[in-house]
Each structure stands twice: as C-alpha cells, then as structure tokens.
Write a protein that binds this ligand. Structure first.
Ligand SMILES: C[S@@+](CC[C@H](N)C(=O)[O-])C[C@H]1O[C@@H](n2cnc3c(N)ncnc32)[C@H](O)[C@@H]1O
Length: 393
C-alpha cells in the first residue's frame, strides 16, 4: 500500500518472519470471542460511585490480548469516550517486558513476572497487541512504546507497519543516569531507554518546558534582560542577520559572535526555561524514587516520566490506557492529573501493588506546577474505579 508522503520509488521495509499472523486474522479474532472479562464481577472501589456503563477508570486483571479485544468491542458500542465526546483512548503508554530473559521478583521475593520471550516470539507477541491497541486508540490519539536497546529497532519497523511511517513522531531517549554507570568491559555503559512515539492520525501535543534556576551563569543586556549565550554553530550569514535584527546576537570582547537566549524572571529569581526535546535527561531512574513513590515492584517507572507523557499528549478528562500496567505508575499519574484511566496486567502482584498504591494516592507528592508549588501531599482520595477479571485465553 502506498502511503502519503512516501518517497517516490521507495518500498517500505517490512519485517518478515515465520509465524507472522496476517493483520486481518488478528482483527478477525476480535469478533470471534465471547465477552473476555467478567463485568458481572466488577467491584466498585474508591471514594464515590461511578457512572453506569462508563469504562472510565478500569483495572483489569488478566492477559491483555483478551482484555484489549473486549475493550475494542466496548469502543465499537460507543462506551469508550473521552470527556470531550470523542471515542477511543487518547493516550496509550506501554512498558512491556524488554526480552531480558529475567524473572522479576517483588521486594518480598514473590515472582512478579517472567520476561522470557525472545526473537520472533517477542516481536509477534508485541505486534499482535500493537494492532489491537491501534484499534482502541482515538483518531487523534498517541501511543508511547517503552523499550531498550534489545528490541527497540525491531519494534520501530513493526510500529511503521502497524501505524504507518508518516505517523511516527519521535524516538525519545530517556537518559536516566545512575544504574548503567557500572563498568561494562569493552563497551560504553548503557544509560538509556528508548520510547517510540506514534499517533493514530492526528494528535494532541501540549508543549512542555523544563525550568531550572539560572544560577549565576548569565549576563544582562542594556535593557536589563537576562540572557545566556551559545556558540554560533551552523547558523548561516542570513540567519545571523535575522537574529541580529531581533536583538539575539552577542559579540564577545574578543569579537566572537554568539547567539543570545533570553531567560525568564520569576519571583524566585532568573530561570532557564527550555522546551522539552526528544532527549529526557532530567528524570532519574526507578532506583532513585522518593519513599512515598517507591513500591518495591520491579521495573517500576517514575511518575515524573508518565506525568510528562500524559501532560504532553492528553487534556483533562481524556482516557489513558496502560496495557502492561505493572505497579500502576501510569494510572496514578493519570489520576493525579485528572484524566480517566484503564490499566491491565496479568500478574497478581502487579494488581495488588496498583490497588495499594491507588488507596494511598493522597499520601504521595502533589505535582509541582511550573516548579512553583512547594512539595506537599496530593491529599485527595483516589476516584472510583472498577476491577475486572479477564478470562484466560
Ligand atoms: C515492565 S513491567 C511494567 C512496569 C510499569 N510501567 C511500572 O511503572 O510499574 C511489565 C508488566 O507487564 C505485565 N505483563 C506481561 N505480559 C503481559 C500480558 N500478556 N498481559 C498483561 N500484562 C502483562 C507484567 O506482569 C508486568 O507487570
């Protein structure tokens, strides 16, 4: 199939392997199944009663393939709705097993989950779920797929197949520091994960900024405006001319041309406010979580990571889905940001951890707005959610 924006004469690469199900078959299975999870056994939990039949805030225990098929049927019957009335989930974040050949344990030494799929088995496992997730996404929805060096390149090709290369937005590098610093003989230490960002067709993109105190490393111009400078880099002469007209050129005492970046004044002093780019190096890994956030569930991701993703790609009241929910980081962040959420996990320890975490969400830290709100407790109770059990495959 020829896609828009395709370079003339080029063929899109595809990953061919034994056992790759035709997409039509993956989709046909949706209609073959009976109700995949027991809505009869749903439990109302939380501080208030929820709207009848609304899928908002669901915690589904069980295999995600069957749960996703049921959610797609709910979407088709008009029951998966964002607050603005659009159908389908606005944001999907998944942090699946990474093909690490490891059995992960909880802090009480209970098996949390097994990460033992490799090669084409891993690729096909994820591909089938990505096709189902695409069906569930709103037309202006985004999907973030969190992986590491082992499978991210294979899954990039699969994402292009499933979502279309024209819907690829970013490969985000989450440079978490710390952990990878341990010496690996004969190679660089591994210090980052990869998060692939795609959209269904259109998408929401709220620009975010990082704000840091500027310290003393800035100057003031004749109007008193605070600025920092950077080397001229690749700017052409005509760009320099334009920047000069905008008052953005600084000439050093030795006559060198540098580019000015103006800083913002805040009640606490001068701050360096920068647009978040595709390298995220300001969020430490799960080993450095504060006491109120740490659950002891292995491979727990920081709320700060999910806060950034949710704030970028959703508005309040939108539906957020995590189909490999683990300790419930996505759900907690969505709850605190006033979004609706759906979480799925096949492991009992994951569901237990998530429930405990949602129960004590009020004791966790409130999110800082533009860095201006001092650290204090979130204080609110978790809103209502329903607990479902997905039937085994
Ligand atoms: C890397 S962990 C997710 C961690 C999570 N992001 C967090 O912050 O805690 C992956 C999770 O996927 C779950 N999982 C693996 N295969 C699954 C499947 N087929 N269906 C549902 N959950 C699955 C595991 O039980 C595990 O909790």
């Amino acid at each position: 199939m020829k896609r828009k924006n395709q370079v003339r004469g080029s063929e899109e690469p595809k990953l061919q392997y034994i056992g790759k199900s035709p997409e039509e078959k993956v989709l046909a299975d949706i209609d073959l199944r009976e109700a995949a999870f027991d809505r009869g056994e749903q439990k109302e939990t939380g501080s208030a009663s929820s709207k009848e039949d609304a899928p908002s805030n669901m915690l589904i225990s069980g295999e995600n393939r069957t749960a996703l098929m049921e959610l797609i049927r709910l979407k088709r019957s008009g029951k998966v709705v964002n607050r603005d009335g659009t159908h389908g989930v606005r944001l999907i974040y998944i942090d699946p097993p990474f093909s690490s050949n490891t059995t992960y344990k909880t802090k009480s030494n209970k098996k949390a989950y097994e990460d033992n799929l490799a090669g084409i088995d891993f690729i096909e496992f994820l591909r089938v779920r990505l096709i189902l997730l695409r069906e569930l996404l709103a037309d202006n929805g985004s999907i973030y797929v969190h992986l590491d060096w082992k499978m991210s390149f294979h899954i990039k090709v699969i994402m292009d197949e499933v979502f279309g290369p024209e819907n690829f937005l970013n490969d985000i590098i989450w440079h978490y520091g710390g952990r990878g610093a341990k010496a690996i003989s004969g190679q660089f230490s591994r210090n980052h994960d990869v998060i692939l960002l795609y959209r269904k067709d259109k998408h929401i993109f709220n620009k975010l900024y990082t704000i840091k105190e500027a310290g003393s490393g800035f100057q003031r111009d004749s109007d008193g405006r605070a600025f920092k400078t950077a080397p001229r880099g690749d700017y052409t002469d005509s760009s320099i001319k334009r920047l000069k007209a905008e008052g953005r050129i600084h000439t050093t005492k030795t006559g060198k041309t540098r580019i000015k970046y103006f800083l913002e004044e805040s009640p606490d002093g001068v701050v360096d406010k920068r647009l978040v780019s595709d390298v995220w190096d300001d969020i430490p890994d799960g080993m450095h979580l504060g006491k109120s956030e740490k659950t002891g569930y292995p491979t727990q991701k920081p709320e700060a990571l999910l806060k950034r993703i949710i704030e970028t790609s959703t508005d309040p009241g939108d539906l957020v889905l995590d189909a490999f929910a683990g300790s419930g980081t996505t759900l907690v962040a969505a709850e605190k940001l006033g979004r609706q959420w759906i979480g799925i996990d096949s492991g009992e320890p994951a569901i237990e951890t998530t429930r405990e975490r949602l129960d004590r969400v009020g004791e966790t830290e409130r999110y800082e707005e533009d860095g201006k709100v001092p650290k204090r407790k979130y204080e609110k109770e978790c809103g209502p959610y329903k607990l479902y059990k997905a039937h085994p495959e």
